[in-house]
Design a protein around this ligand. Structure first.
Ligand code: FAD
Length: 466
């Protein structure tokens, strides 16, 4: 009998397993993939960030080094080495999770898990052999899969999901990205930097839905300057293969005459859906919402006693760190501790160059909620370190309650925004005010000074404001 059996070894499931084992539980984790780490490690966060790091260096050598007086001849891309680096990063981190499982004596079962009844998990291996485990508690952490479009069949060769776009053997000449969310913009950036012409088709009239609109507009402009072509308010009705090319039929989102667009590769990145295939949830009556996400209460309990769910499969921000927070908090709750996740302070980052990072509410969400707020902004072109780096695009923006000054949202577009945002996350976690950030001493000359000055601008006393 296990205290806890977790189905899915992604960033939700595997930290839950480790935390539960730390707290003295007898734990098993069932995972179909041979390598732990889920979508994030195998085909998501990690390989995409390895490609972004490498392609950013290539781009910097091409376009930025000369500004710093570094000149050389004969720059060329070795795509095989670049892809090899990505694969090594992924396998090294996978080995790290295996080590942690051994260290914490977690039983790792290779196979597909299903729940024949409360308190039971069946594991079926690839060769068909199966076994049934008894569990006091079961956690479903089976994650998500890429959404698809009707009439745009993914073959992972010419028409790819994000997985295919992590491993093109050659740099596409023309890559069409369907969907201007963060996955499409990140992978579009990788191939654009390596030499592809990139066209992004987006159904809505803006990129990165949900992001503070001022930031999204600024990101749109920067990416356009980098060479991205955006076709907003358009939809792809169908795709067909014509020799070496893909021919897309593209139409205005709200109807009207369409046109054909040819590309040699197409990336479909139109969101993700919860993954529950084969779990047998209908037979045991686990409730799901309209979109198929498993419904849980504030303690991640499903409607069936003893069965819990975390991560992408329950919806909310479909991000690795949100899944991890839930996994750890749930393990603590099962051990009788007060596990908790603050959903109001979960950062979201788009790893383009410059990066776009947010925490808390956007200006639009505050307006919609009728909140009386103040705003402070500071541009990176007035930040001395950004000038030294010659990376001056973007701004930091702080939104605070008009009466209490409490920070309600922070949005940063700029160099290293994905790291800078964490200062704001901590401030929000501690219910900080804009004035707390503004009056905290920041070392000079550093990028975080831009955030401090944006917080000072909430009170309209930023020193370096134009
Ligand atoms: P998953 O990571 O999807 O893990 C679920 C695991 O369960 C999988 O390994 C699957 O094989 C296994 N499984 C499913 N069903 C069964 C079964 N029946 N039996 C056994 N095993 C099963 N998020 C970020 O925070 N930062 C990023 O930079 C980022 N970049 C991304 C880039 C891309 C290209 C993609 C696609 C996603 C990215 N994400 C990123 C999102 C992130 O990967 C997910 O939010 C995260 O992986 C969700 O974690 P999870 O544990 O809920 O599920």
């Amino acid at each position: 009998m296990f205290d806890l059996v977790i189905i899915g070894g992604g960033p939700g499931g595997y930290p839950a397993a480790i935390r539960a084992a730390q707290l003295g539980m007898k734990v098993a984790c069932v995972e179909t993939r041979t390598r732990m780490g889920g979508t994030c490690l195998n085909i998501g966060c990690i390989p995409s960030k390895a490609l972004l790091e490498s392609s950013e260096r290539f781009m910097a050598a091409k376009t930025e080094f000369a500004t710093h007086g570094v000149e050389f001849d004969g720059l060329r891309l070795n795509l095989a080495n670049l892809l090899d680096h990505k694969d090594k990063v992924v396998s090294g981190l996978g080995d790290g999770i295996d080590y942690l499982f051994r260290k914490h004596k977690i039983t790792r079962l290779l196979g597909t898990g299903s729940i024949p009844g409360p308190g039971q998990v069946s594991v079926t291996a690839a060769d068909g052999a199966s076994q049934t485990l008894q569990a006091k508690a079961i956690v479903i952490a089976t994650g998500s899969a890429g959404a698809t479009l009707p009439n745009v069949p993914i073959d992972e060769d010419r028409i790819v999901s994000s997985t295919g776009a992590l491993s093109f053997a050659q740099v596409p000449e023309h890559l069409v990205v369907i969907g201007a969310g963060y996955v499409g913009l990140e992978l579009g950036s990788v191939w654009q930097r390596l030499g592809s012409k990139v066209t992004v088709i987006e159904y809505l009239d803006r990129i990165t839905p949900g992001m503070d609109a001022e930031l999204a507009r600024a990101l749109h402009k920067v990416l356009q300057q980098q060479g991205f072509e955006f076709r907003l308010s358009q939809k792809v009705a169908s795709a067909r293969i014509d020799g070496d090319a893909v021919v897309l039929s593209v139409e205005p989102s709200n109807g009207g005459a369409g046109e054909e667009l040819r590309a040699d590769r197409v990336l479909v990145s139109v969101g993700r859906r919860p993954y529950i295939d084969g779990l047998g949830l209908d037979a045991i009556g686990v409730a799901r919402d309209r979109k198929g996400f498993i419904t849980v209460d504030a303690q991640w309990r499903t409607n069936v006693e003893g069965i819990y769910a975390i991560g992408d499969v329950i919806g909310g921000p479909m991000l690795a760190h949100k899944a991890t927070e839930e996994g750890i908090a749930l393990a603590e709750q099962l051990a009788g501790l007060p596990g908790h996740v603050n959903y109001g302070a979960i950062p979201a980052i788009v790893y383009t160059a410059p990066e776009a990072a947010s925490v808390g509410l956007s200006e639009e969400a505050l307006k919609d909620a009728g909140v009386n707020y103040k705003v402070g902004r500071f541009p990176f072109n007035a930040n001395s370190r950004a000038r030294a780096k010659a990376q001056t695009e973007g701004l930091a923006k702080v939104l605070a309650d008009a009466e209490t000054d409490r920070i309600l949202g922070v949005h940063i577009l700029g160099p290293e925004a994905g790291s800078l945002i964490h200062e704001a996350v901590v401030a929000m976690e501690f219910h900080g005010a804009a004035d707390d950030l503004a009056r905290t001493c920041h070392a000079h000359p550093t990028l975080p000074e831009a955030l401090k000055e944006a917080a000072m601008d909430v009170g309209k006393w930023a020193i370096h404001s134009a």
